[in-house]
Design a protein around this ligand. Structure first.
Ligand code: EPZ
Length: 418
């Protein structure tokens, strides 16, 4: 395994490019299973989760061709297996996104249960209940979700919780079902809209994407397209927080400022100067940020995937701020590691009460999940001394070349073997 070594104290300055969104690429790559012909997906980020998804599609017998500029062509004409095995699903719960498309297109699927992860139990009842409502026979046994269906049929489904991949899975299943499906309490994330746009380009009929009620009229066939995934709003937010914490000045290009409005508001509240254009955003921070209060919620609320990064910002801010996690039941693991770096954080149920300190001190820390590990890198950027972040495979799942992009902005960071 590898680790990152970071020497803190350098303000980040300069310009970097934002990659395609991991959480848009994964569902779109699953949606290629719905199409009769080859689909080309563009602006794919070079991430471990994307590699895992390509490996999973390959196991199903799909033909994959990687073109330059990370464009991936997926041809499903050669599919020969309908099973997503445990050794792949255990590393990436989003593998469950192949369940809906396989059932809709081939009438059969066997997907390993993803299991929980560091941030919570993360059940899949919304996915399973919705597919059953569409007529699929689903058995959960031996650690696998085993589904069979004739042709899925449209249904009126009200999801108990807002689930991003739950919405995406059921949208994909409904796209080829017989009749019309209504999904109530649907997720409104930009990545859900991006998937609906891709399915409609394939010949699908998804209406209402971006609202909490989707209406999907099933069609007989879907066709291959050329689709470009949208920029990563969480990567964008992560580098903006890094610049705010280090008192720097950065410009991020090839991004989509409209998708990060809640983040830009919070960063302005912390004292940052923020400017944005059509596909770029710039931030300048003089001195220490002011602590902010926030509560995470499904889109268009403040994104849970930015909660850990703002805990890091509050940890070195002036004043005190409260961070409430409203989506997952156990997403404060990063706070325990930051406390070891001298952060003044008290966890009270779903809220972290954080009083800023002038300086954190470097320490060996362990990453537990994707966004927690990113927040520890941010803490290392301002800590006195050399911070060592272990288990950085978590980071590689969701951040393309994080040490190269940070080094481009002047950070003293290097990746070393264990
Ligand atoms: C997606 O996960 C994202 N992953 C997550 O990003 C993100 O944190 C999360 O949405 C919330 O925004 C991808 O898009 C690949 P949920 P997902 O279903 O869909 C409960 C990252 O860092 N729930 O929206 O798995 C669940 O336990 C990752 O990039 C059920 O109870 O999350 C949670 O409390 C981390 N039953 C809440 O709903 C279900 O069947 C929201 O989860 C499904 C979910």
């Amino acid at each position: 395994m590898e680790r990152l070594l970071i020497r803190g104290g350098t303000p980040l300055c300069g310009e970097i490019r934002i990659s395609g969104a991991k959480n848009a690429a994964l569902p779109v790559m699953a949606a290629t299973l719905l199409a009769d012909g080859p689909t080309i997906v563009g602006n794919i980020p070079h991430l471990h989760d994307v590699t895992t998804t390509m490996e999973l599609l390959g196991r199903l017998g799909v033909e994959l061709t990687v073109h330059e500029g990370m464009e991936v062509e997926v041809n499903t004409a050669t599919i020969k297996s309908l099973q997503a095995p445990y050794e792949l699903v255990k590393t990436m719960r989003a593998s469950i996104l192949v369940l809906g498309p396989l059932l809709a297109r081939f009438g059969e699927a066997e997907v390993s249960l993803p299991g929980g992860c560091a941030i919570g139990s993360r059940p899949v009842d919304i996915h399973v209940d919705g597919l059953r409502a569409m007529g699929a026979e689903i058995e959960v046994a031996d650690g696998y979700i085993k589904g069979r269906a004739g042709r899925l049929r449209g249904a009126h489904i009200r999801m108990d919780l807002v689930s991003v991949t739950g919405t995406e899975n059921l949208m994909m299943a409904a796209a080829l079902a017989h009749g019309t499906t209504v999904l109530e309490n649907a997720a409104r994330e930009p990545e859900v809209i991006n998937l609906a746009t891709c399915i409609n380009a394939m010949g699908g009929r998804v209406r209402g994407a971006g609202t909490s009620t989707l209406t999907i009229e099933g069609v007989e066939r879907l066709y291959g397209v050329h689709h470009r995934v949208l920029p990563d709003r969480i990567e964008t937010g992560t580098y903006l927080v890094a610049a705010a914490m280090t008192g720097g000045e950065v410009r991020l290009k090839d991004t989509a400022p409209a998708l990060v409005a809640p983040l830009l508001d919070k960063l302005r509240d912390s004292g940052a100067e923020v400017e944005a254009g059509r596909d770029w955003v710039a931030l300048r921070m003089r001195g220490r940020p002011r602590a902010v209060d926030l509560q995470t919620a499904p889109y268009p609320g403040f994104p849970t995937d930015m909660q850990a990064q703002f805990c890091a910002l509050n940890a070195i801010s002036t004043g005190a701020g409260s961070v409430t996690e409203g989506v997952f039941e156990n997403r404060f693991m990063h706070c325990l590691e930051m406390q070891r770096m001298g952060a003044d954080i008290r966890i009270e149920g779903a809220t972290a009460q954080i009083r800023g300190v002038e300086r954190l001190t470097a320490a060996p820390v362990i990453a537990t999940d994707l966004r927690a590990s990113a927040s520890l890198v941010l803490a290392g950027l301002v800590a006195e001394g050399e911070t060592r972040v272990d288990r950085i495979y978590h980071i590689d799942r969701g951040y393309e070349c994080i040490e190269e992009k940070l080094a481009q902005l002047g950070a003293d960071i290097q990746r070393v073997p264990d």
